[in-house]
Design a protein around this ligand. Structure first.
Ligand SMILES: NC(=O)CC[C@H](N)C(=O)O
Length: 191
């Protein structure tokens, strides 16, 4: 069975996610318009800048369309995508999509460490995953239905809740497709 997975293509690391999905056996599609969501089995919300991405989502109608899509389809949000999926964002009134019962802090690792790499253990995925963090958020707390998949320095950096997957780092930038394969598997299970 081949699944068809979209990558929100308004901003950010789009082609890298598409390559990782293709390498993981999925058919990858760039999503810029609402009609492109129609026959998808899952969607990736890439990194970038969450407030800019939200503005572009509002302008294209994709914000409401993705909210409806999320009712039954799997979504994987990375970095800014994680912020878009969170129900609570520190310092912000109200969420964006509000799909995941998590409380997040933006740019959480501090200005001094703009970006860094760290070896991560990710539940169901790998014991030695190279996590690339770029102005990354972290997850301060999760609700009871959320499974924590990875922590770094005492902070939650990846988790799953039902058909939603998220991480604070950039798995598309390393050439290691194991996390994308896990998402593809989740999309198949959910189909
Ligand atoms: N690399 C990223 O996606 C950074 C996320 C960005 N700091 C934000 O708040 O949206």
């Amino acid at each position: 069975m081949t699944v068809k997975i979209g990558v929100l293509a308004l901003q950010g690391a789009v082609s890298e996610h598409m390559d990782a999905l293709t390498d993981s056996g999925a058919q990858a599609v760039a999503v810029k318009h609402i009609d492109e969501l129609n026959d998808l089995d899952g969607l990736v919300l890439p990194g970038g800048e969450s407030t800019t991405m939200r503005r572009l989502m509002d302008r294209t109608g994709l914000f409401e369309a993705i909210k409806s899509f999320a009712a039954s389809k799997a979504i994987f949000g990375t970095c800014a995508g994680l912020i878009l999926m969170a129900q609570k964002i520190e310092g912000r009134q109200g969420p964006h999509l509000g799909l995941l019962d998590i409380d997040v802090k933006r740019n959480a690792f501090g200005r001094q460490v703009d970006s860094f790499e760290a070896q991560l253990k990710i539940e169901h995925v790998a014991d030695d995953f190279d996590g690339v963090f770029i102005r990354a958020p972290y997850i301060k707390s999760v609700g009871p239905d959320v499974e924590i998949l990875s922590t770094y320095d005492g902070h939650i950096v990846a988790c799953r809740q039902e058909h939603f997957l998220t991480c604070a780092f950039h798995p598309e930038l390393t050439g290691d497709t194991r996390f994308h394969r896990y998402f593809v598997h989740l999309v198949m299970e959910n189909k």
